[in-house]
Design a protein around this ligand. Sequence first.
Ligand code: SF4
Ligand code: SF4
Length: 332
Amino acid sequence: MTELSIQYLVSGGVITNYNCPSRCGHCLYNCGPHRSKDYLDADTAKDIFRCIADLGCRSVHIGGGEPLLDVEKLLEVLEVADNIGVAIDYVETNSSWFKDQHHAASLLNRLLAVGVDTLLVSISPFHNAHIPYSRVQGVLDACQSSGMQVFPWKSDFIPDIRAMDENQTHSMADFEKAFGPNYLQSTLERYWIHLGGRALTTMAHAYPLYSVEEIMEKSPANCANSLADTSHFHIDLYGKYIPGLCAGLVIDMNDLGRPLSPGKYPLLEQLTAGGINELHNLASNEFGFSPQKKDYLNHCELCTEIRCFLINDSKLQFRELNPGGFYAEFAR
Ligand code: SF4
Ligand code: SF4
């Protein structure tokens, strides 16, 4: 039996919160204004950064949700990281908080003072559906004046976005009207999007779909490599480690560094050993799952639907399915 064991962490981030003023169509973690306002506290942050350092990783990024929704708590988290010796690669932001240059510069100076020297600024048509570009430009200007480095993700989209009213938000339909009906398709070629979370719904019409039988046939024999991949790991504000990019699946961070107990993580055990086929067999044979759709984008969409079914059955309790707010998005 293949075992899942996370022995070391290569590169990743800490999710401070799932709440976000935006609700982007590609968001892997289903973040948005409807999500809990919980924010990573200093004690949990201490445990998380110790765990990260113990597993060999010396620097992480900070992401969300929108981390800058609570600046005081973010600063506490950053101080904890500094005390433990984990460096911050960058803090992600969608710029929703921008009011004016004075306010932005003073906020950035506070980040600089605790050792943050780079801000990842989100720039994409998906983000522009919720945040006018004028705020993003305001943050870019404030970074320049305060000496904060910018990691623009991605500046390639700036000309498209600026071609429209910078003080307004624009839907994908607006972009398609301005740049042609294939704009979503072309966006996918210019931007890295992982097909999980909300992207499963948003991208459904941009890709070919497959029947359950086809999915079972063409999917990898198991998910061991995806689940064990620590090259872009995340640990969230509840101290839960998200294996690979499999949003909605979690491992208690205290269980990292040794093989997972199959009794505690039965779904991860099945996925590690036999991928979507094993999960589907288990869910169908043991719990009465039947697919709700005719066709699916990929095995991860079917996996998400099965997990949704399992978490919504009040008689079942899988602690590896978390947080509940992720699954509420797909409630059926
Ligand atoms: S992608 Fe980022 S900005 Fe968009 S909803 Fe998710 S966390 Fe918020
Ligand atoms: S099928 Fe599930 S476990 Fe496998 S890679 Fe996709 S989301 Fe992860």
